[in-house]
Ligand binder design. Structure first.
Ligand code: URA
Length: 427
């Protein structure tokens, strides 16, 4: 009879051996049901951190984690399904315009998103800025919104990949988060359980991101695509530089405003470009566009006709929110009581071009304004943040606007001006 002895599995991984499928599955199952202690999973995670995993081991780990809870299927829908996953970054509001835009082109987008912790705000926190919008729907409500509107963005349920929730919390406190196999299994177990047939990954790289170098980002991107394909999904990945923040708005309500601008066919060029770069493969891999040019034509048409904006408004209404936000965001979204200009300093008389804007510093300023969480239970102020953020490459003279701080008071804004200025390098 085959014996299952957890420490033998830990020892095998510690010594760089490949773990047989049945042992790996049992290890995950016992961890999920609580019969395998957390210290053994922590030791295993550390062994994986140092020794890595083969493609097949990663696939088995992902599959076991995915099957630890409910899995959704969209076979009864009359349209293909696609979703994107981003490793997140400062000002990353891409999901909010992307889902309705892609849905308006005939691909359903069942999107399960997360909240932010630390400096990166989560999609759900941004959507919470819309009065009435419910991010917590039952599976039946999620299905119904997807069927009637074509897209739905909600939060993770307790029943989706519970093994990941447990393992992620453990990794967070045992120094085992930055492991490519563990990140891959974590992201994919949730995305595969969500059931979309096509997955597009947006892997960030740089100061405001998890992966600091392009090489690390490429390795994670390849691992995610390989894992998704092994699981029978269509998949591709892009790598996006996160040294600069995305767009000109950072902060929850302000990012909703910028997302609406994108859906109106306007908004900052970098944000629009990234939305389209991710939307194109969602359409081509799903088969609703014959090639990239055809996808671009369909996406441009959905923006120009107002269909994408209308889909967004319908999603907001279907999830309990005030749909008027799509037409009059300034009237519907919360606004901060004090707005302070931050302008180019005297030194720009000699160095008149912005060389870079540090994403991490900008994220920290928004966090300190009250727009993010320092611990998981912190309340967020949806109104605060930054807008009109100048981008790298812009020419400035002393006194030109670099950004505006939306704060709860003059004192809070003024206290953060030096930090906001420190994000800028001039040349
Ligand atoms: N996001 C996840 O969901 N899991 C990870 O491990 C890292 C980023």
């Amino acid at each position: 009879m085959k014996q299952f002895v957890p420490q033998w599995i830990i020892e095998a991984k510690r010594d760089g051996k490949t773990i047989p499928e049945s042992d790996l599955r049992e290890f995950v199952n016992r961890f999920t049901d609580g019969s395998l202690p957390e210290y053994q999973m922590a030791a295993f995670a550390m062994a994986v951190f140092f020794r890595g995993m083969s493609g097949e081991e990663k696939h088995v780990l992902t599959d076991a984690m995915m099957r630890s809870g409910d899995t959704l299927s969209w076979e009864s829908l009359d349209r293909p399904t696609a979703d994107k996953h981003s490793t997140g970054g400062i000002g990353d509001k891409i999901s909010i315009p992307l889902a309705p835009l892609v849905a308006a082109c005939g691909v359903a987008v069942p999107m399960i998103s997360g909240r932010g912790l630390g400096i990166t705000g989560g999609t759900l926190d941004k959507l919470d800025a819309i009065p009435g919008y419910r991010t917590s729907l039952s599976v039946e409500e999620f299905r119904s919104v997807l069927k009637t509107v074509g897209c739905s963005i909600i939060g993770q349920t307790d029943r989706l990949a519970p093994a990941d929730r447990k393992l992620y919390a453990l990794r967070d406190v045992t120094g085992t988060v930055p492991s490519i196999p563990l990140i891959t299994a974590s992201i994919l177990s949730k995305k595969l359980a969500e059931g979309a047939e096509t997955l597009v990954f947006d892997v960030k790289c740089g100061s405001g991101a998890f992966m600091k170098t392009p090489e690390q980002a490429r390795t994670l991107a390849d691992s995610l695509v390989d894992g998704a394909r092994r699981a029978g999904r269509k998949a591709t990945a892009i790598i996006h530089d996160m040294n600069q923040p995305i767009g000109q708005c950072i902060g929850n309500a302000l990012e909703i405003r910028e997302s609406i601008e994108i859906l109106q066919g306007a908004g900052p060029a970098d944000t629009r470009k990234l939305v389209l770069e991710l939307a194109v493969p969602m359409l081509t891999l799903s088969g609703v566009a014959s090639d990239d040019a055809d996808a671009r034509r369909q996406l441009d048409a959905a923006l120009a006709s107002g269909a994408a904006l209308e889909t967004f408004a319908k999603m907001v209404v279907a999830q309990g929110g005030n749909g008027k936000v799509a037409d009059t965001p300034a009237k519907i979204l919360p606004t901060a009581s004090f707005v302070a200009d931050v302008v180019a300093p005297a030194e720009t008389a000699d160095t008149p071009q912005i060389e870079s804007v540090d994403a991490e510093t900008i994220g920290r300023v928004v966090l300190l304004l009250g727009g993010g969480r320092q611990i998981a239970t912190d309340a967020i102020d949806y109104a605060v943040g930054i807008d009109r953020l100048a981008s790298a490459g812009t020419s400035v003279v002393p006194g030109d606007l670099l950004l505006r701080l939306h704060a709860r008071s003059r004192e809070e804004a003024e206290a953060l001006i030096p930090m906001a200025l420190s994000a800028f390098r001039f040349r």
